[in-house]
Design a protein around this ligand. Structure first.
Ligand code: URA
Length: 251
């Protein structure tokens, strides 16, 4: 069902200026709703049923935006911050207009797949601990990651605060002998999202994550064509996959 909203909110979301600029446009008689000149910028309208024009031009409205960002290091997963650059600061002004926010968090130094949307319900469901949405990370780890770690992660490890993790799938993809010791490349799929979870899981087995990149979340895989710091909207297929996934229930 379409959401009713204030006329000035619709016009702000579609890039027609601030609330006070929109008020001015209304005063000038530039805004019409269903062919009638609007007199009040606070008018409640149904954007899917009613036609809004600005200077005679039809305003096209959509409620939601879904963005796949390849998060770069050095930005925080928040919408605004007084000191730090946020993932929302990376978006073009016209995309910021729709008030997208990050679905969950990646650490400041973590890179890779981050979904941003203004669809609160979808976000809530993807983050719900009951849904166990899998998240896959690629990591470079100081130390010789081996079969014992695989078994420990499959079983569940105890983090520094006593929390025992759910079974997670560890795959070792490469090893490199350096002058400082062995560096292991791995992928890890976890079904939950505790604070610093991947780093703390490796700490629990005496190893240190030195690079962390999220490569998948639920049915969504990071588009490797996206350079770090760039983004695109989800395709219809990706959005469909995501929506079907959330209907998958509380298993
Ligand atoms: N696990 C971490 O330790 N950090 C992240 O950013 C994501 C998962």
């Amino acid at each position: 069902m379409a959401k009713k909203m204030r006329l000035d909110k619709l016009l702000a979301h579609t890039g027609h200026g601030s609330r006070s600029e929109i008020k001015k446009l209304v005063k000038q008689g530039a805004i019409s709703v269903d062919g009638k000149v609007a007199k009040d910028s606070g008018l409640i309208i149904d954007p899917e049923q009613q036609q809004v024009t600005v200077d005679g031009e039809l305003v096209t409205y959509r409620e939601f935006i879904y963005i796949m960002l390849n998060k770069p290091p050095g930005v925080i997963s928040a919408t605004e911050d007084r000191r730090e650059r946020t993932v929302v600061d990376l978006l073009e002004p016209e995309d910021q207009l729709m008030d997208p926010f990050p679905v969950g968090r990646l650490d400041k130094d973590t890179v890779g797949l981050l979904l941003l949307t203004n669809d609160g319900q979808l976000s809530h469901e993807l983050l719900s601990p009951r849904k166990h949405v899998p998240k896959t990370y690629f990591a470079r780890v100081e130390g010789d990651v081996g079969e014992a770690d695989k078994a420990a992660f499959a079983e569940g490890v105890t983090l520094d605060d006593g929390y025992v993790t759910m079974p997670a799938e560890l795959t070792i993809t490469d090893k490199e002998q350096t002058s400082e010791g062995v560096i292991s490349d791995i992928t890890l799929t976890i079904m939950e999202g505790k604070f610093h979870q991947v780093k703390r899981m490796f700490e629990s087995v005496g190893k240190k994550v030195v690079y962390l990149k999220r490569i998948a979340m639920g049915p969504l895989a990071l588009d490797e064509e996206l350079e770090e710091g760039t983004y695109r909207e989800l395709t219809d297929e990706e959005l469909e996959l995501l929506k079907n996934h959330r209907r998958g229930g509380d298993a």
